[in-house]
Ligand binder design. Sequence first.
Ligand code: NAD
Length: 240
Amino acid sequence: MTKELEQLKQWIEESDNIVFFGGAGVSTESGIPDFRSVDGLYNQQYKYPPETIISHSFYVRNPEEFYRFYRNKMLFPDAKPNAAHLALAKLEEQGKLKAVLTQNIDGLHQDAGSREVLELHGSVRRNYCTRCGKFYGLSYIVNADGVPKCECGGTIKPDVVLYEEGLDQRTMQKAVNYIRHADILIIGGTSLTVYPAAGLIDYYRGHKLVLINKSVTPMDGRADLVISGKIGEVFAEMMQ
Ligand code: NAD
């Protein structure tokens, strides 16, 4: 075990107030591509860049194309939690971890057993009719043809924060509170480039800021501990 991992293990053993903040890199070992890795969605070729397709204005103008991309590239109904999701759920069960704050929309933290999960960008598992408000699950969207419609005839929209849309302020406030009071803040699998979520790091006031990522991030210089590697492998080794 590296000395960085030993350090993290010791901090975790001594703490009962850990907060985890993660992004798409937490789920790549579950087979869900992130956006910014070399094999991520931003490096694949589409008629429009992904930021354009998954923006609010594109969704309104061109829902067919939006749903074609969304269904093909962002829905992974068979994905299973990996060692990172499972370790975080275990730490919560042990009374050590207070909350998982995630930019992910895949629901894998809940599948792993995490209870306090703040989904800053929503979830593919919740979809609602823009006319009557009725909710639909993921399988309805996966199995629908074209733009999914409600039984009332309205269009169904995923409860996911698209580019140009604001984040839920109550969820953000809760996230800020968790971070402000955290003893250890572990950040993993995020490029820390998507705002306002990435700005959450500014609320941390402790001295145990841990970054786990397979590539460098713009915030590495601010961390007390940087662990370079795949987050599932890192947690698997640490929880042994
Ligand atoms: P990002 O794609 O910008 O960055 C992912 C980061 O994780 C990169 O720095 C990459 O090097 C790192 N990474 C990839 N695999 C890793 C691994 N196994 N271990 C450690 N690090 C790993 O992702 P982001 O910062 O979360 O921001 C992108 C936005 O994309 C978010 O808003 C999120 O909603 C959305 N998104 C979500 C999913 C999902 O729900 N699984 C997937 C793709 C994108």
